[in-house]
Design a protein around this ligand. Structure first.
Ligand code: ADP
Length: 429
């Protein structure tokens, strides 16, 4: 009996131990699982950190190698970050020369109010583009343009301005040059109208001169009768004075008009003239969806000319072609400008378009003063162009074909040897 109880006790103890062992094994297993999961989580976390770092590194590399200035600014204008291009832009030798300082230190005084207003707009959530004059840390003056956007934190609050700034000084300078060029063109247009104006002026001068003659004759007639009261002569004589003054006024006007009338003649590369016209009519041609193609003969001899005047001719022809194609809504809008090689002593320039062409009945009149078929036209472009070309010893003509119009003009080429002499002269002068 006792031994049976002992046996039973042993069995019970064995069973308990087994259950305890199984429990322990289970716990160990869970522990290992938890450990594995923890390792996996750590790996994942590390992976995310690595990727974040990689991204940051990549972004920094992009920003640092960006040729434009990229910068972050606080609401009060403090520069928070700036890339090397930005340092160069403001003439800062080291980052600390500008980081932590106010951007207003490099904004010209007259642009500070505009700059502040733009910063206010960005911190109110707008993206803005603004231009300003800058005085760099070394006192250099330049023009800058900034594209600025707001940077937001996780809650959507704007905490900084991200600005990309570029130096627009050269662009501004080119604009200014363009304006000067236009003024110069206008001057030339005025001068080259002189020929056409002569007829009109002769007519205008005729009137006061005829009036003077009439009043003077009237006075003589009355004096001859011997019955004239001197006071009666005052009025017609005053009229004579007035008309003489009017004639003087017309003459003064002519003098003003022709002042600086000396054309500036130099050895001109006609291909260069064509290229520069294409450049300053680019805006217009692009606006009217016109494709301009150039076929410029290499090694063209130079022409002795006032380059601005010749530009004016090419410019008139290009504008006319653009307008003709736009007015008739031509499907194909193409302008071909060619400089045609010639053996002899002339240089020929052609402007070919794909417009409506010119009606046979009016083709002989297109160069006449005031001839125009346009509602807003004045009809001076081609007549001025002809005066210019002819005053340079050349000729101009118009042709019409099924697919458009062609204007062709010639200029006298400078013999090659002379051209070299001229170049040498201009180099040493
Ligand atoms: P405007 O352009 O002011 O009318 P222009 O002297 O430049 O004066 O031209 C006179 C006219 O010649 C134009 O009104 C037009 O009828 C005609 N013309 C000029 N160029 C072309 C062209 N490329 N295609 C068709 N017609 C043209």
């Amino acid at each position: 009996m006792e031994s049976e109880i002992m046996l039973l006790g042993l069995v019970a103890l064995g069973g308990g131990l087994t259950v305890a062992l199984i429990g322990l094994a289970y716990l160990l297993l869970r522990l290992r699982e938890a450990e594995t999961r923890l390792h996996e989580k750590e790996d994942q976390h590390q992976g995310i950190l690595d990727r974040l770092q990689e991204n940051e590194y990549r972004l920094r590399t992009i920003i640092e190698s960006e040729p434009e200035c990229v910068k972050l600014q606080a609401a009060d204008g403090t520069v928070l970050e700036i890339n090397p291009a930005g340092l160069r832009l403001v003439d800062a030798g080291r980052p600390e020369d500008i980081i932590g300082r106010k951007i207003y230190e490099v904004v010209a005084p007259e642009y500070q109010a505009i700059y502040r207003e733009n910063m206010r707009r960005v911190f109110a959530g707008e993206s803005v583009v603004y231009e300003f004059r800058s005085t760099t840390l070394k006192g250099r003056t330049c023009w800058m343009e900034t594209h600025a956007v707001p940077l937001r934190d996780a809650r959507g609050e704007v905490y900084a301005l991200l600005g990309i700034t570029r130096d627009t000084t050269e662009h501004k300078w080119a604009e200014e040059q363009g304006r000067r060029h236009q003024t110069e063109l206008a001057r030339v247009a005025r001068l080259s109208t002189m020929g056409e104006m002569a007829t009109g002026l002769a007519h205008e001068l005729n009137q006061p001169l005829a009036a003077i003659a009439n009043f003077a004759r009237g006075c003589i007639r009355r004096l001859r009768t011997g019955e004239v009261v001197p006071a009666e002569l005052i009025e017609p004589l005053e009229e004579v004075c007035e008309q003489a003054e009017r004639a003087g006024e017309i003459m003064r006007h002519v003098r003003d008009f022709v002042r600086k009338s000396e054309p500036r003649m130099t050895a001109v590369d006609i291909n260069q003239v064509v290229r520069s016209v294409v450049k300053f009519t680019e805006h217009e041609t692009r606006q009217h969806e016109t494709v301009v193609t150039l076929q410029l003969a290499p090694q063209q001899p130079r022409v002795w000319a006032d380059s601005i005047m010749i530009e004016q001719v090419v410019c008139n022809l290009v504008r006319n072609a653009v307008e003709a194609m736009a007015e008739t809504r031509s499907q194909r809008r193409e302008i071909l400008i060619r400089t045609v090689p010639h053996d002899g002593d002339i240089v020929e320039i052609e402007v070919v378009d794909t417009g409506p062409g010119i009606d046979e009945t009016v083709i002989d009149n297109v160069f006449d003063q005031f001839f125009t078929t346009k509602t807003e036209g004045v009809g001076m472009g081609l007549s001025i162009s002809r005066s210019i070309v002819e005053s340079h010893g050349g000729s101009i003509r118009a042709e019409s074909r099924a697919g458009g119009a062609t204007f062709r003009f010639t200029l006298q080429a400078i013999p090659v040897k002379l051209s070299r002499d001229e170049r040498r002269y201009s180099l040493h002068s």
